[in-house]
Design a protein around this ligand. Structure first.
Ligand code: NFC
Length: 570
């Protein structure tokens, strides 16, 4: 219904990639229709055709530099699945460390640098009392950077920014918007931690440089991990030696400290002021999905061996977590009825083993503007470069909140207990989880979980090396002549933003078809042929806006998904 007031946010900033949102609001400025559009496509699946499957990780990794490495991991798993390649135990630990490092890094950067400013008014921090800010900080955390002088200095720096007319990283906010609720002192504390997190995030990625050579886009290897281990003194260049293992260990300790003494206390403090703002639940209280990840032992990707939960919940039935089979054509399908692609029959979905990626850019009949300058999309026609994946025909939400809901429903203490504790601290019921804030809180809890699991797998790796096992790769099936003429396989991970899958068909040693279904493809998907809306669209519905001219509420909810559009369209 396009009769109401229309609000367009294009491009959405503080995300990765190119996203447009259009909403219609009623006479009370409540959102009654929402349309999400991925506005750019790159065609990595097409570029992969006829290439060497052993190189696919390096191409797919370039889908995104933010969730760096997770596509590469998914890709090597897909190739290993197709060719029945097993990896050594050390490689499994190293891959888990790489993936958990990404989770911690990504969640921290998201909370402070992409999302916090939806809740924190930077300009209000100028009127904070540094002494009261110090008292507030010390009342919630033992973190040492908390003296009145520290906050006074920061405030002086911030004043200079503002007075110069150059807010630097803090420009482009809706400062002074009535939906901001934090007192000035909490705003000043959060700005301090924004800057500290900016510093810390460059340290944590060093873990990727130790095991993968660089960041972004570390190196990966079909059959294992691309790093040699040499702990007996004079190491080969590039080898993982004792000094580097100690460096990783020290960064892990600091990660746990930062997450527990800064991120979590900030999350609780900020959420305390917004616990009445429980909009944005969307699909989270209905249908959620997680593939699971972080295998305890190498080469077993079954639910029991995965530390992150696996399963699907449909229609809010928390009593039943349904099993997933990524190879089952009845379970996972992608539709393009409303996406800028061509299928032989667009009323039907395709399983990714038989997926087709053929661009077909045309606007719906009621769209306004020109193809290069769209004023209004027509959601009755094609309107996004994102395809519409569905699980048994259902739109599902994926991501940290989905993982926590599934872990919660399965009664897994590692997920249920911290969630219950947080709900209790805030004094809100369990249904509060199904909201924008629930999404933001789940990411914080998962960051803490991941930091501790980093410690666990680093210790496991070191213990295994000390026991005499330094193997990191299995090259038995490296040569294509050892492969069958035709093979197919899939790989999956839980990327920071949710369930990620790659499907590969190999023929005569080359890639015959390659399809990716990405977390933001699930969350940002347009409507399917039955009219089911995607998770972004569902989450925006029924949200009241204080001022549609400054759509802060749209940003809050959409940012809580941490969208990555480069990933979604690939
Ligand atoms: Ni880009 Fe990725 C997307 C993640 O949704 N997580 O699969 C990967 O990006 O951030």
């Amino acid at each position: 219904d396009n009769s109401g007031k229309r609000v367009v946010v294009d491009p959405v900033t503080r995300i990765e990639g190119h996203l447009r949102l259009e909403v219609n609001v009623d006479e009370n400025n409540v959102i009654r229709n929402a349309v999400s559009t991925g506005t750019m496509w790159r065609g990595i699946e097409v570029i992969l055709r006829n290439r060497d499957p052993r190189d696919a990780w390096a191409f797919t990794e370039r889908i995104c530099g933010v969730c760096t490495g997770t596509h590469a991991l998914t890709s090597v798993r897909a190739v290993e699945n197709a060719l029945s390649i097993n990896i050594p135990e050390n490689a499994n630990s190293i891959r888990n460390i790489m993936q958990l490092t990404l989770q911690v890094h990504d969640h921290l950067v998201h909370f402070y640098h992409l999302h916090a400013l939806d809740w924190v008014d930077v300009v209000s921090a100028l009127s904070a009392d540094p002494k009261a800010t110090s008292a507030l900080a010390q009342s919630i955390s033992p973190w040492p950077l908390s003296s009145p002088g520290y906050f006074k200095d920061l405030q002086t720096r911030l004043k200079k920014f503002v007075e110069s007319g150059q807010l630097g990283p803090f420009k482009n906010g809706y400062w002074g918007h009535p939906a901001y609720k934090l007192p000035p002192e909490a705003n000043l504390m959060a700005v301090a931690h924004y800057l500290e997190a900016l510093d810390f995030q460059k340290d944590i990625v060093k873990i990727h440089t130790v095991y993968g050579g660089k960041n972004p886009h570390p190196n990966w290897l079909v059959g294992g991990a691309p790093c040699a281990i040499n702990v007996d003194g004079a190491g080969a260049v590039g080898a993982v030696n004792m000094e580097r293992l100690n460096l990783v260990s020290e960064i892990i300790d600091r990660s746990i400290e930062f997450v527990e003494q800064v991120y979590i206390p900030d999350l609780v403090a900020i959420a305390g002021f917004y616990k009445d703002w429980l909009y944005g639940g969307g699909l989270s209280g209905k249908s959620v999905m997680s593939y699971g990840d972080i295998p305890e032992h190498a080469n077993d990707y079954s639910a029991n061996n995965l530390l992150l939960p696996r399963g699907v919940i449909l229609n809010g039935n928390l009593n039943e977590v349904l099993p997933i089979d990524q190879a089952d054509p009845d379970q996972i399908q992608e539709f393009v009825t409303h996406s800028w692609y061509k299928y032989p029959d667009e009323t039907k979905g395709l399983h990714p083993f038989d997926g087709v990626t053929e661009p077909n850019y045309k606007l719906g009949p009621n769209a306004k503007g020109t193809p290069t300058n769209i004023e209004a999309v027509d959601e009755g026609g094609k309107y996004s470069w994102i395809k519409s994946p569905r699980w048994r025909g259902n739109a599902v939400e994926v991501g940290p909140l989905a993982r926590y809901i599934i872990g919660y429903a399965q009664g897994k203490p590692e997920f249920k207990e911290p969630a219950d504790k947080l709900l209790q601290t805030l004094g809100v019921p369990v249904t509060a989880l199904f909201s924008t804030l629930g999404r933001t809180a789940a990411r914080g809890l998962e960051c803490q979980w991941a930091a501790h699991k980093l410690r666990y797998f680093q210790d496991k790796l070191v213990a295994n090396i000390k026991a005499g096992d330094s193997s990191t790769a299995n090259v038995d099936k490296w040569e294509p002549k050892t492969w069958p003429t035709e093979a197919r396989g899939y790989g999956f991970t839980e990327a920071p933003r949710g369930a990620l899958g790659h499907w590969i068909k190999i023929k005569d040693g080359k890639i015959d078809n390659y399809q990716c279904i990405v977390p933001t493809t699930w969350n940002g998907s347009p409507r399917d042929p039955k009219g089911n809306i995607g998770a972004f669209e569902a989450a925006l519905m029924d949200t009241p806006m204080a001022d549609p001219g400054k759509p802060l509420e749209i940003l809050r909810t959409i940012h809580s998904f941490d969208p990555c559009l480069a990933c979604s369209t690939h």
